[in-house]
Design a binder for this molecule. Structure first.
Ligand code: NAD
Ligand code: DAU
Length: 354
């Protein structure tokens, strides 16, 4: 065993992919997760009998629990994935976003700072707090604007991105004022295995397989930059290992696509994979629906600092990553059934009026 990481939100999409990766690297993992609707223990079922994986159900905003975990397990790093992460839910009901993303991160920072100050000098020098954030804090780009750099001013537009921006500012302040060795990463849209099907790619995929409408907001021409989740997790490991405390690193796929392009690509791939499906051509299921309020038009990420300073490159192309993603959802039917609970159906009914 080569050190312990306290991961928060490790039962969610990106967190679970990160935990699996770090176990392969022989890190002991303590996973603190509240198991909201987005957290799923099935994501990590393969670690059920692993003595170096410890799951704890709880809130990052619970100081006594967080303090105890830090004291008991003596981690060399805290990696904070825990968050409310879906923009549409933040529009319907912002409160839990403020509570977890801002207040929760503040409480986690406070406990971590106390622990950091109690560490002996050698271990304090190696300790890291890595805060996993989003490109959405930078706001929206025009068609010919340059991509977001780490120096782009913050201009969050949704309650989600505003709450993530608030948490980023707190992390920055805990480094600047108190000397906590913290790093922030701002990543673009992830896709891949274990993503909850409220997000565009898994929602489209699962709806298409069932012959349900494929909702595209507005004119479908909003642009996102897409990155395969394992490439994101590899970047996080590098930042943890080699990143400079106090620094921010942008992470992105250099893969800008309109939403309609994404949905049409998925439809075409499914036509090939399942030519006998009664839903071929799947593109006939595309349905334009009312736009998301305040919908950011374009995101694009300049991740040259990460490439130059830490030697990171994305390994998957959009084609290879999407292929892996489709196969994972088609093979993991038990996972798919488990997430389609009553609560999920209620969300879909409220959001899309079905
Ligand atoms: P997710 O919604 O799939 O998972 C979030 C996890 O956090 C869940 O397991 C949930 O149970 C847990 N959680 C929520 N509130 C908690 C609390 N108070 N205490 C402990 N655990 C709590 O999210 P994701 O897509 O995996 O995103 C993870 C992080 O990465 C988030 O901080 C998000 O802002 C950021 N991010 C996501 C993307 C993306 O495309 N999904 C891109 C960039 C950054
Ligand atoms: O940019 C990083 C962010 O990417 C992360 O910080 C967020 O946690 C993550 O959820 C994601 O945010 P988006 O809002 O970009 O992702 P979402 O999958 O919800 O939507 C992607 C695009 O697709 C967006 O322009 C809205 C559109 N969309 C989404 C859904 C769910 C549709 O057209 N129809 C839909 O049904």
């Amino acid at each position: 065993m080569s050190g312990t990481i306290l991961v928060t939100g490790g039962a969610g999409f990106i967190g679970s992919n990160f935990v699996l990766r770090e176990r392969l690297e022989k890190k002991r993992i303590v996973n603190l997760d509240l198991l909201t609707y987005a957290g799923n223990l099935l994501n990590l079922h393969e670690l059920n009998d692993d003595p170096d994986y410890i799951f704890v159900k709880g809130d990052i905003g619970d100081p006594s629990l967080v303090g105890k975990l830090l004291d008991d397990y003596q981690p060399e790093a805290v990696v904070n994935f825990a968050a409310e992460s879906h923009v549409d839910r933040s529009i319907e009901s912002p409160e839990s976003f403020v509570q977890t993303n801002i207040v929760g991160t503040y409480k986690l920072l406070e406990e971590t700072l106390g622990y950091f100050r109690r560490l002996p000098a050698g271990r304090a020098e190696r300790f890291r707090f890595l805060h996993v954030s989003t490109d959405e804090v930078y706001g929206s780009l025009g068609p010919s604007d340059p991509a977001f750099t780490e120096n782009t001013p913050y201009a969050p537009n949704s309650p989600y991105s505003a709450s993530k921006a608030g948490s980023d500012h707190l992390v920055r302040a805990y480094h600047h004022t108190f000397g906590l060795p913290a790093l922030i990463t701002n990543c673009s849209n992830n896709y891949g295995p274990r993503q909850f099907p409220e997000k565009l790619i898994p929602l489209t995929l699962l709806n298409a397989l069932e012959g349900r409408p494929l909702p595209v907001y507005g004119d479908g021409l909003n642009i996102r930059d897409w990155l395969y989740v394992e490439d994101h997790c590899r970047a996080l490991s590098l930042v943890l290992e080699k990143g400079k405390p106090g620094q921010t690193y942008n992470i992105g796929g250099s893969c800008e696509k309109t939403n309609i392009e994404i949905v049409k690509t998925l439809c075409a791939l499914l036509d090939e994979i399942a030519p006998q499906s009664p839903h071929v051509p799947h593109s006939s299921l595309i349905t334009f629906v009312k736009d998301r309020p305040g919908h950011d038009r374009r995101y694009a990420v300049d991740c040259s600092r990460l490439e130059r300073e830490l030697g990171w490159r994305a390994k998957e192309t959009f084609e290879t990553g999407l292929g892996k993603t489709i196969r994972w959802y088609m093979e993991n039917t038990q996972w798919v059934q488990s997430v389609k609970s009553g609560a999920y159906r209620n969300w879909i009914a409220r959001q899309y009026g079905e």
